[in-house]
Each structure stands twice: as C-alpha cells, then as structure tokens.
Design a protein around this ligand. Structure first.
Ligand code: AMP
Ligand code: GLY
Length: 442
C-alpha cells in the first residue's frame, strides 16, 4: 500500500505516526508546503517540499509514487480541489471534494444548509452580501459575532465585546469584510464552554472520536488574542467535565443530520474527517462551526489512543464500509501543550523577532513529541513564526497526563513559551465555573 499524506504540521505528524503503526505498514509519501517537518520526515519514504498545494503538482507526485490512497491534512488543499484531482484520477482520498468541503470553506453555506434541513444548533443569524439593512439588523441583535464567508486561516471571526464594541465599529468591520469576501455572516453571540467533536465520515456514516477541549487564547487562563490553539485535553471517560452524555448525543446528532443533508445537497459522498466546534450553552448544544479535517491540536488527543487500526479506518472510509467498523479508543486521558515562539500570536512590534532561533529538546520523559513549525539543519532545530512543537501526555488520569505534558514542555528551551494551565484540573474548574456557572444554576 502506498499512501500520500498532504500537509506538514503536528496534525500531519500524528497522522503519519498512526499510519506507521498500522499493519501491514504502508509506504508513506509526504507533500509538504514550505517547511520540511523533521518528525514526519523520519517516518516517511519520500518527501516533496513545495511552495504550494497545487492539485496538479500533488497528483503528479502521487502518480509517480504509485499512490493508492491519499490523506489530506489541512483545509487549504481541500479548498484548492486536491481531493477532486485525486479522485478523478482514480486515487481514493480521505478528505472531501471541494463541494462538500464547503462545510468549512463557506460559513454561509453551512448555516443555510442547517436552516434548509431543519438541523438544530445554529444561533440566530443572517447573511449579508451588501451593507443594505445591516445597521438595522445590528441594532436589533446585539451582541453579535461577525464572520467573513471564506477561508481566513482561523483569524477572521470578530466577537463583540472582544474585538469591537459599538455598532459603528461593527459596520466598519463589515465594510472591510465585504471588500474581500462575498458575504458576512452576522450571528448572535453565544455564551458557554466550547468543545471539539471529531468524526470519521463516509457518505452518511459517522463514527465519533472522544470529545476534546482546545484552548485558543495565547495566554494563561484564556487571556490574550486567539491563536491556532495552544493546547487541548480529553478525559478517560470520553466526556468532558462540562459535557454530559446527553450533550454529547446532541452534538453527535447535529453531525449526523448535517452529513446527511450535505450528501443530499451536493449529491457527493463526504469521505474524510469532520470536526465540529460546539458550545454548551444554557439553551443546549450549539454549533459554532464545522471543519472538513482533523483539528489541530485535537488530532493529537485522539489518534494516539485509537485502538482500531488507523489505515483500516481510512480504507473503510474510501470503500464505503465505515458502518461495518467498530472504531474504538482507549479509556485514557490526554493533554497536549504547544510550545510556541515567545512572540507567537502577538503584533510584530511587541517582541524582538525570534524566527530562526535555535531551540533545544532535553529530557521529555514519557511524553510524546510532535513537530509543527520548525526546521532542522546542521546547527540544530530552528523556530519559524508558527507553533513549534507539541508535547502529549497520556495516562488513565488527567492529573498525571498534565504533569507528563508539562514537564516535557518545560524541558524544551530557547525563545519559547507554553501555557502551564492547560489540562490542570483546578484551572479547568475555575474556567468552567466562570463560563458555565449560570447554566448549571438554571
Ligand atoms: P471560528 O473561526 O468560527 O472557529 O471562530 C473563532 C472563535 O470565535 C470560536 O472558537 C468562538 O470562540 C468564537 N465564536 C464564533 N462564533 C461564535 C458565536 N456565535 N458566539 C460566540 N462565540 C463565537
Ligand atoms: N483547533 C482548531 C482548529 O484545528 O482549527
């Protein structure tokens, strides 16, 4: 079996590790954009480092490597139609075609789909293609969240009370969004605790993975700007401290209904992974957004504790056999902490540049290490401007898993930083009480 893996982050590193653990072990070919990930490089047979995710270039590499299965990690190649190019050439692909990938690439598509098929979980929303009627709608629906319709690398969402306060400011933001995007989605601002639910999907079949909580804010106790994610945890009972079995069932049902609607609407089978970003609110489970891929860092919480063979799951996805597979995960808790450049997520003028600085990995104990935005040369391991390394602690106990991850992160030195609070039970309880206290009281 020859497998192509597209992408070069820690998410793709953990996917490569899961493939390398599969039996029989496949030959792995990797397509990376810009940076050669040293962790993936150690696990694969051949690598192309390109400056793009051009479908034709990737297809050519796949054909030359006699690839029979492709796995697409990030959203960007999905947006460019890499899955379509592969499938049209007869290479079966884990990752949706462009049309069903709209679930991630167009926020207006997803909200309209949920509305049309009466799927619960959307906040009140309206889509605006021009400024007409916006001021009146804002006046009547504050507080709101403003979302550009299109891929923004996770940085486009503007939340009232955080990124702006007044209607005048909201209108200015909408005007800017409409210059670059076909629409702006205005949503009612929800309050509650967020979680990620990742699922393997094949047509209308959905197999869920354990729920995970990501921490997007740059600083301790969820302060500072949003980032790609500073770390995440999952619990041994496959729930979260604020998520009941009923809440998880509601989120799973929203996923199932959406996948069914997506198949009916696009006429195409979704083959790949969907990750739903949900929120537990006083009003039940709400859907913040869907993504057409594994989440990062959350992929590192689930794949290392998966009992079922990963390649077998991938084959079931492309062969339309997922309903016949029991996808199992070990009852273990996990904590992931990202080690990032000290200036990560901050305006460039707030810190001296540390790009290219050397970092050192000392004793990481029992933790697992995943490489993200770093490169290595003869002089050592170097930072880029993205998240550098992720460490994972796994244990039957969340308390132990956090200690394992924290010790490892502390032993990675250089111009780096990480959040010591992620996965710590006391910090978690405080956060949940703050966000959900009123929900429990009601
Ligand atoms: P997204 O890029 O859609 O994941 O949004 C980034 C972040 O914005 C989410 O993780 C939420 O914290 C926040 N967000 C998005 N939509 C809403 C909403 N309707 N209410 C409150 N917060 C939201
Ligand atoms: N954990 C956030 C993301 O993968 O988009």
């Amino acid at each position: 079996m020859n497998v192509l893996l597209v992408g070069n982050g820690a998410r793709e590193h953990v996917i490569a590790e899961a493939l390398a653990r599969s039996r029989p072990t496949p030959n792995i070919f990797a397509w990376m954009k810009k940076t050669r990930n040293p962790g993936i490089a150690a696990l694969v047979d051949r690598i192309t480092v390109s400056n793009n995710y051009n479908p034709l270039g990737i297809l050519d590499f796949a054909k030359k490597s006699s690839v029979n299965l492709a796995i697409i990690g990030p959203e960007e190649p999905l947006f460019h139609g890499v899955a379509d190019a592969m499938e049209d050439a007869g290479i079966r692909t884990v990752g949706p075609r462009q049309k069903p990938a709209q679930l991630e690439t167009s926020k207006s598509f997803t909200r309209e789909l949920m509305k049309k098929y009466h799927i619960p979980g959307s906040p009140k929303f309206k889509i605006f293609k021009t400024m007409n009627g916006l001021e009146k709608y804002l006046n009547e629906n504050m507080p709101v969240v403003l979302k550009p319709d299109g891929l923004t690398g996770g940085k486009g969402v503007m939340v009232q009370g955080e990124h702006f306060d007044t209607i005048a400011e909201a209108l200015k933001i909408c005007r800017e969004i409409l210059k670059e995007h076909r629409a702006v989605v205005v949503e009612k601002k929800l309050l509650g605790e967020e979680f990620s639910l990742q699922c393997f999907v094949s047509g209308m079949d959905v197999k869920t993975m354990p729920p995970v909580q990501d921490h997007k804010r740059r600083f301790m106790y969820d302060q500072g700007p949003n980032t790609g994610g500073m770390g995440s945890y999952s619990c041994a009972n496959h729930l979260l401290p604020f998520l009941t079995p009923n809440g998880l069932a509601q989120a799973t049902e929203i996923m199932r209904l959406t996948v069914k609607a997506l198949t009916l609407e696009t006429g195409q089978r979704y083959k790949g992974v969907i990750y739903g970003n949900f929120m537990v609110t006083a009003d039940g489970i709400k859907l913040i957004e869907f993504n057409a891929r594994f989440a990062d860092p959350e992929a590192m919480n689930v794949l290392p504790i998966m009992e079922t063979d990963f390649l077998t799951v991938c084959q079931a996805i492309v062969d339309d056999q997922l309903d016949q597979l029991d996808v199992k995960f070990k009852s273990l808790a996990t904590v992931v902490k990202y080690v990032v450049p000290v200036n990560y997520g901050l305006p460039e003028d707030q810190h001296h540049a540390v790009k290219s600085d050397i970092i050192r990995i000392d004793d990481i104990g029992q933790a697992k290490l995943y490489y993200a935005g770093v490169y290595s040369d003869k002089t050592g391991l170097h930072l880029t401007s993205s998240r550098a390394l992720a460490v994972l602690g796994v244990s039957p106990d969340l308390y132990e898993a956090e200690i394992i991850a924290d010790r490892a992160a502390d032993n990675i030195t250089g111009a780096v930083d990480y959040r010591t609070d992620i996965g710590k039970i006391a910090a978690l309880m405080e956060k949940i009480e703050k966000q959900c206290g009123d929900i429990w009281k009601n």
